[in-house]
Design a protein around this ligand. Structure first.
Ligand code: AHR
Length: 497
């Protein structure tokens, strides 16, 4: 089979906001305790942060980490997690039915993020709390000093403000599972008032309003329209959340799920623009896809969990090779929409539906999905281009005309590098890709990275990296024409310079 593609330097979709390579750490399962933080671990630093985990996070190149939730944030009192550790209360954590010790809180997380070279996307509780707690947290984090909450931070040993730029106004407030679930009008009102007041404390912050918890929510679309109708002038982003799973073991259909993600993005963009027109506003609301991933492997185990333990294993999906292919296509989808998706967070980062796993008192290791994320985050910086693609197509259970070749190209002008990301969705055949890169004169192939495996269900573990990329792809260039074989069911990164 054969596919053709033309890449033009001047056909630019958008500059890429590096925050699309964000991730997420929630107080959930072993993400914090036993994940990023494990005092007593042989690799822990003097603050209890696992250095092996920090190294892997740095390898992933994550510029932004959402924190502290997720569902957790809707019942969280941020004051519980600051000040002397001995005074911090243990609480029933109602979202995930565990015990939260509050040993790690806002300041410690800011310290950790600095070590990991990441900024923090901080969420406020609009479930059990509201405007007052939100504005106090902004004052605590961002105000220099000389007021009650800023001085409280200083008294806790943090003289300099954290200067947190990106903030989420609650989490999944449309979901019946959410602590303090709201109707769209109730949420729109409280989100707008919180936004207004948080920006009175610090006008430089950027705010994300909650969109629907997924495209399948019954209130989807009306929710976004109503929430933006209330919040439009005080927020910068509307959020999207989506997880997929291959529950029917139908690989052709599973790999086409990224088409649904694309449709979700286009739908939310048009809703945001509808409210823009309605309000005759000059301002454009962008999208924060602040939870996305595969999530289903651990559902059964989690449903059997006994409540009220500390940091039990929860949502510990072990990802296989086919999941890495879908994650690759989801990354390509985010890139294709980089003109409107300015923030995205792979949910999550460590142990909980995560690219990085740890063993308690043992090693940290890379899941299959680690690799496409690392490649996109490392080589996908600059501007995303709009290639013209001609590819065979197929139909699956839920989708028609699924392109066999899923691809995009990123041009890093500063480094003079061009990178083509491609998934071959074909179940049986390799795909011969011919790509004309016309005005990238004298560019040579630096590397053709391939992630492939004969076994779609193959997983990695602490002992065995069975699914790992190699640089043995056969891409070559002759007179501005790349030819490359993309093996059946593979993730490819063709790097040129
Ligand atoms: O990421 C896991 C959970 O998924 C988050 O806590 C919640 O926001 C979503 O439902």
């Amino acid at each position: 089979k054969k596919a053709k593609m033309i890449v033009e330097k001047d056909f630019k979709v958008s500059d890429i906001d590096n925050r699309i390579y964000g991730s997420f750490v929630e107080h959930l399962g072993r993400a914090v305790y036993g994940g990023i933080y494990e005092p007593g671990h042989p690799d822990a630093d003097e603050n209890g942060f696992r250095k092996d985990v920090i190294e892997l996070v740095k390898e992933l190149n994550v510029p932004l980490v959402r924190y502290p939730g997720g569902n957790f944030v809707s019942g969280y009192n941020w004051e519980d997690g600051v000040g002397p550790k001995a005074d911090r209360p243990r609480r029933l954590e109602l979202a995930w039915r565990t015990i939260e010790t509050n040993e790690l809180g806002t300041n410690e997380f800011m310290d950790w993020a600095k070590l990991a070279n990441a900024e923090v996307n901080m969420a406020v509780n609009l479930g059990t709390r509201g405007v007052d707690a939100a504005r106090n947290l902004v004052e605590y984090c961002n105000h220099p000093s000389g007021t009650y909450y800023s001085d409280l931070r200083v008294s806790h040993g943090y003289k300099d403000p954290h200067k947190i730029k990106t903030w989420c106004l609650g989490n999944e407030m449309d979901g019946p599972w959410q602590i303090g679930q709201k109707t769209a009008v109730e949420y729109g009102r409280i989100a707008n008032e919180a936004a207004k007041v948080m920006k009175l404390v610090d006008p430089t912050i950027e705010l994300v309003a909650c969109g629907s918890s997924s495209r399948t929510m019954p209130t989807f679309a009306d929710w976004e329209a109503t929430v933006l109708d209330h919040t439009y002038e005080n927020v910068e982003f509307i959020s999207l959340h989506q997880y997929y799973g291959n529950r029917d073991n139908d690989i052709a259909n599973y790999l086409a799920r990224s088409l649904e993600m694309d449709d979700f993005i286009k739908s939310v963009t048009s809703i945001a623009d509808y409210i823009k027109s309605k309000k005759r506003s000059k301002k454009t609301i962008n999208l924060a896809f602040d939870e996305w991933n595969v999530w289903y492997h651990s559902n059964d185990a989690d449903s059997k969990m006994e409540p009220w333990s500390i940091a039990p294993p929860q949502l510990e999906d072990i990802y296989n090779f086919e999941d890495a292919l879908l994650v690759g296509s989801m990354l390509i989808t985010l890139l294709k929409n980089a003109d409107r998706v300015k923030i995205a967070c792979l949910a999550q980062l460590v142990n909980v539906i995560a690219p990085i796993m740890t063993e308690n008192n043992g090693p940290a290791w890379k899941q299959t999905i680690f690799y496409p994320f690392m490649h996109a985050s490392t080589f996908g910086r600059g501007a995303v281009l709009n290639p013209i693609v001609s590819t065979p197509k197929y139909d699956s259970k839920d989708y028609t005309d699924v392109p066999v070749l899923d691809t995009t190209a990123v041009y890093n002008e500063e480094k003079e590098e061009l990178t083509i990301f491609a998934v071959n969705r074909d179940l049986e055949d390799s795909l011969l890709l011919e790509c004309d890169i016309r005005n990238f004169e004298d560019y040579k192939v630096v590397e053709h990275i391939v992630l492939e495996n004969d076994d779609l269900k193959k997983v990695n573990s602490a002992k065995n990296q069975a699914v790992a990329p190699h640089s043995g792809g056969n891409a070559e260039i002759d007179n501005g024409l790349i030819s490359a074989t993309l093996p059946k069911l593979s993730w490819n990164v063709i790097r040129l310079k």
